[in-house]
Design a protein around this ligand. Structure first.
Ligand SMILES: [Fe+2]
Ligand SMILES: [Fe+2]
Length: 323
């Protein structure tokens, strides 16, 4: 490898055949957004172009610098994804990015419609530092770190998954968390008055979710499954009683935002779940479980707002008679 105008050139002709593509992929994955490298070859590397497009999507620019007959050179630039894509789209394509947004206090589920630039500006976050971290997550594609590819699941399957995994979790977690938050508020409320607020916010979010989930289970999700089935069978459906699916989706998104706000308030009151020195075992468990609850809710809302609902809107366009 040699440096050409600060851009590394990889001489593919001297790499063992079975290692050619893995080496190029490794190099591409190591690139920061906006950076480039050049591959030098003795034939047109077109198959590589298709492999890269298939496995990394439209995340790169492919420019021929030399097109044979003996020397072929291509400059491959990794595009900066964060500028145009919304946070929700970024997390939908790679859930590991959620951790980065979380670290910077950026909401990726309810606030998922914003771009990275907008969210950074609002929160006063250093965009460059955040983008560097986002790019680093895409380079750590070890088997363990590989995330479930929710975006490719059938909408019906995803709806069932959400109910079985997340709605079940919420229903199981609420009674214990209600008990813990009430208990620590009554035992430690005098010295830590914020715990009274925590208990109040928790009751709010629990009540909201208990009213919210049945609407998805009885109305919205069954309709999404109906749309999915209609598409499979190639039949067109009549307009539903609620007009367009956008209406219940808007309502669900508003409710998600409200639930997210309650949990954000808890995080704020507890100073990011910082335990005081006099915290007892229940205090510690309550904070740990609340954080787990928040994490689960973020993933749950992300799957709905950023993956399931956009897919449902697409399905409706394809299967409604009035369209
Ligand atoms: Fe849900
Ligand atoms: Fe929901």
């Amino acid at each position: 490898m040699e440096a050409t105008q600060n851009i590394e050139t990889l001489d593919v002709t001297i790499i063992e055949p079975r290692l050619k593509h893995p080496t190029i992929f490794e190099m591409f994955d190591r690139l920061q957004g906006g950076a480039a490298f050049i591959i030098h070859n003795d034939h047109d590397p077109k198959p590589l172009y298709y492999q890269l497009l298939g496995e990394r999507g439209s995340t790169f620019k492919w420019e021929y610098l030399a097109q044979g007959p003996e020397v072929w050179e291509v400059k491959i630039t990794k595009l900066i994804q964060a500028d145009g894509e919304t946070i929700g789209e970024l997390v939908a394509s790679d859930f590991r990015k959620a951790q980065v947004f979380k670290k910077y206090g950026i909401d990726f589920c309810c606030g998922g419609k914003k771009t990275v630039a907008q969210a950074c500006e609002e929160k006063g976050v250093d965009k460059e530092a955040l983008e560097n971290e986002l790019n680093t997550t895409s380079t750590t594609t070890t088997a363990n770190a590989r995330e479930t590819d929710y975006a490719n699941w059938q909408p019906s399957f995803l709806a069932d998954y959400i109910v079985n995994m997340h709605h079940t979790y919420v229903r199981e977690a609420i009674p214990a968390l209600y008990e813990y938050t009430t208990k620590i508020a009554s035992v430690h409320g005098k010295s830590h008055p914020e715990l009274l607020e925590v208990a109040r916010h928790f009751v709010n979010v629990a009540n909201e979710l208990e009213a919210h989930m049945p609407k998805e289970e009885r109305v919205l999700f069954p309709y999404i499954k109906q749309l999915d089935e209609a598409k499979k069978q190639g039949i067109l459906l009549d307009e539903p009683a609620f007009g367009t699916i956008q209406n219940p989706i808007n309502m669900m998104e508003m409710e998600h935002e409200q639930a997210g706000k309650e949990l954000e308030a808890i995080r704020e009151k507890t100073n990011n779940y910082t335990l005081p020195p006099d915290a007892c075992a229940t205090y510690t468990v309550a904070f740990k479980k609340l954080q787990e609850f928040e994490e689960d809710l973020h993933r749950h809302i992300h799957l709905e707002n950023n993956i399931l609902f956009p897919k449902a809107l697409e399905l409706e366009k394809e299967t409604l008679k009035s369209n």
